[in-house]
Design a protein around this ligand. Structure first.
Ligand SMILES: Nc1nc2c(ncn2[C@@H]2O[C@H](COP(=O)(O)OP(=O)(O)O)[C@@H](O)[C@H]2O)c(=O)[nH]1
Ligand SMILES: [Mg+2]
Length: 384
């Protein structure tokens, strides 16, 4: 699972990225290291099955805090997108390649309207953030269209399967190809498509494979109210956030000044020097059930992408792996995923030798094609 944060300059992408990924450092033996400063790991939160089972879990690929399981999601901070990027403006196309594998595009908009389309400061409320989302959408579609066009030209003398293969880097599977041809009303002869038809196909690919979600940022500023209303007119799911407040709360937590669980804030220190600032953060978070940042990640994973979390184990009674770790792994799958899909998500060999699976709550045997449910604890039995 990969989310890309896209946005025009100074809208708060990096602040949001930092707020989401800095928590990693706090988890010492966590197997995620930052290779690229723009790539990191955020966490989607779900109730952990350890609570119902009455056991203490020992997570390996995720973490559990007071009965809430935090499941890793890759995030990338895509800098340098400006109007005209597909024609080489700004950093041009280079960063767009970073978007190829994204499962969702989180458009970070400045709801307060205090930065213009170039990222310069302006009078709060004077810039329409909805325009920025339209710019992002069209830049991304033009870039996808250029990839489609390049491969459409090469399609002469090749069959459609080869064309699809060439586009697999932008998530065009056989099914996506079929559906996009249908949605765009195109004949399956890419070598004959003109510019407009390549763009129509690219728009269909974007809509199908990279849903847009709007993060209405800077909601701590008063002028954000009007901006949020403008952003609501767009046909995309919207999440109100304050990346700045989220980051500030996490820093205050690290310094031992507050207790903060992503939803509510409690003071641990009433140093008058910080009282007013902490009060502002607390009032904001308390009135909204958080800063919106965790709700954004959870909303994208569970509502927009409709994912479920499944827990593979080896011992169906104790819900452990072969080393005795309780509920070690939490795996994100798209709803509709089957028992053999879970096996494949763990290891290709496990899927190849798949015999059957067991629902560890009911002890029922599950066949290959059995669709899993959110929160399932499953043992996969394979001859490999
Ligand atoms: N008030 C407020 N300012 C923010 C928020 N998020 C970011 N900023 C500020 O906006 C400016 C640009 O932020 P940055 O994350 O660097 O934007 P980027 O260019 O999109 O990566 C910085 O001065 C941030 O402190 C927010 O939620 N509220
Ligand atoms: Mg940045």
């Amino acid at each position: 699972m990969l989310f890309a944060f896209v946005g025009l300059p100074n809208k708060g992408k990096t602040t949001l990225f930092n707020a989401l990924t800095r928590a990693n450092a706090a988890v010492a033996d966590y197997p995620f290291t930052t290779i690229d400063p723009n790539k990191g790991v955020a966490f989607a939160s779900v109730p952990c099955p350890c609570v119902g089972k009455g056991v203490k879990c020992s997570p390996r690929n995720s973490k559990c805090v007071n009965g809430t399981r935090f499941v890793p999601v890759n995030v990338i901070d895509v800098a340098g997108l400006v109007a005209g990027a597909h024609e080489g403006r700004g950093r041009g196309n280079q960063f767009l390649t970073d978007l190829s594998n994204a499962d969702a595009l989180v458009c970070v908009a400045d709801a307060s309207g205090s930065t213009d389309s170039e990222g310069n400061n302006c009078e709060p409320g004077t810039h329409d953030p909805a325009e920025d989302v339209a710019v992002l959408e069209s830049e991304i579609e033009y870039w996808l269209a250029s990839v489609v066009k390049r491969n459409a030209l090469k399609a002469r003398g090749r069959n459609l399967a080869e064309f699809q293969q060439a586009l697999s880097g932008i998530s065009v599977t056989e099914r996506v190809l079929k559906e996009c041809l249908h949605d765009a009303g195109l004949q399956p002869k890419p070598e004959e498509w003109d510019k407009a038809q390549c763009l129509a196909f690219a728009k269909a690919v974007r809509a199908k494979t990279k849903p847009i979600v709007v993060a209405a940022n800077k909601c701590d500023l008063p002028s954000s109210r009007a901006g949020v209303e403008k952003l609501r007119q767009l046909p995309y799911p919207l999440f109100e956030v304050s990346a700045d407040y989220e980051l500030a709360l996490q820093k205050a937590k690290d310094k031992g000044m507050v207790d903060y669980d992503g939803k509510s804030v409690n003071f641990k220190n009433d140093d008058p020097k910080f009282a007013a600032a902490l009060r502002r953060l607390k009032d904001f978070a308390d009135s909204r059930g958080g800063t919106g940042v965790q709700a954004l990640v959870d909303g994208v994973v569970f509502k927009v992408l409709d994912c479920i979390v499944v827990y593979p184990v080896e011992d169906e009674k104790h819900w452990t792996d072969n080393k005795g770790n309780v509920l070690p792994d939490a795996i994100l799958l798209r709803r509709g995923a089957t028992a053999v899909d879970l096996a494949a998500a763990i290891h290709t060999d496990l899927a190849k030798g798949f015999l059957y699976a067991v629902d560890c709550r009911t002890n029922m045997r599950l066949g290959k094609e059995h669709a899993l449910k959110d929160g399932d604890v499953v043992k996969v039995v394979s001859n490999r």
